[in-house]
Design a protein around this ligand. Sequence first.
Ligand SMILES: Nc1ncnc2c1ncn2[C@@H]1O[C@H](COP(=O)(O)OP(=O)(O)OP(=O)(O)O)[C@@H](O)[C@H]1O
Ligand SMILES: [Mg+2]
Length: 429
Amino acid sequence: MARILIVDDDPFILKLLQSLLVKTKPHEMTTALGGEKALDLLRQNEFDLMISDIQMAPMSGMQLLKEARRLRPEMAVILMTAYGSVTTAVEALKDGVFDYVTKPLKVEELLITIDRALRFHEALAENVNLRTRLARYSFQNIVAESDLMRRACDLVERVAATDSPVLIRGEHGTGKGLIAQTIHAYSKRKAKRFLPVSLAQIPEVQMTTDLFGTAKGVLGDGLPARDGTLRQAHGGVLLLDEIEHLSMAAQARLIHFLNTREVLPEGTETGQPADVRVIATAVADLEQLTAQGRFRQDLLQRLTPITIDIPPLRERRADILPLVADFLRLEAGPGHEAPDVLPQAQRALENYDWPRNVTELEEVVGLACRTLDAGHITLHSLPDAVAAAASLAAAPVREAPPRGTALKEFLLDSLKHSRKAAGPGSKEA
Ligand SMILES: Nc1ncnc2c1ncn2[C@@H]1O[C@H](COP(=O)(O)OP(=O)(O)OP(=O)(O)O)[C@@H](O)[C@H]1O
Ligand SMILES: [Mg+2]
């Protein structure tokens, strides 16, 4: 049972949140009306998680956060914020906040975030010296201009320090491989192997032997045992790319490995130790596969506590031109000036939907460099489909929901629903 502190300057919201959370999870809940009260409680008690509003008075959520960090550096924090102050929340993420939830807030999402924060907090407590965790890294190899990508990078930084499994989800070409490599590069295993395995390429019948190896004699009379990829990655990181392709037999062995740190080769009941950190990527919806019985529930649960979601490029268009600039610099090579991109072409690049994400953008930039138009990149340097996007209206910008009482309304509404769901006989709060 986790100890959770909920902070808001609105008693009404406090009460609603508390009754909502108490109903769904058996945590030990404490509420504080405002930042001052919260600090009092923090001085005297330990909490695993603090959930706090950002916009509070007289002490703001950010002030509270700063003090709370000093008092309880090991505590996980989730900030609640209106859409308009997402930037503040992103700033706060840099100060070691675990996560934030925004309007429109969903109960499901809040519960998942809490669950993740707590499990993540546990993983950190086990694995990390917290002082070093607070040191800042910058990932020079990852372009992250959009808020969404910055959040992903922030997670990368924290999970790198742990030894827990990581799940990286995203469409093809969004940068899952790059993120996995970065986690390895910033982890204590950086001097050891980073071994990627593309599960989509391995025939199903071969999967367990490829990954877990074979015992002596299995491959033929008198033939020696053979190590699988897991043992080959000993000391380092194994990237299971597109884990949705893992066969059921291999899933069973993988869960055994994650639980026991022992590899079970084909043809023997005797496990062999391997010290390997597992990172998995997924393009497919693993929850859906689980519902269909094609992916093990226990494996999904083992992988999801630390999940990094990489949004498709069309949902973080702020990254497009910075990525273009980066690819142009790489194409030009050191000491050479990169060609510039004329405004029409810029607009096309920003508006196009990039179904194959960054991979496609990289290809298009490479091509454009070979079809320069009087030394510049113009619409003529771009494939027709991309160039056509220049005449689209500006790419849709996400609309901020109206400010004001939406959070309160939402909470009232969800409380109504949860009462309904509880059915007759459920007590009024
Ligand atoms: N944020 C980023 N900054 C810089 N380069 C990026 C970024 N994201 C992706 N790339 C580059 O885009 C290309 C595609 O990325 P990557 O291979 O990691 O994607 P992926 O999600 O693993 O794709 P796939 O599903 O096809 O395996 C790589 O060359 C990678 O270096
Ligand atoms: Mg990849």
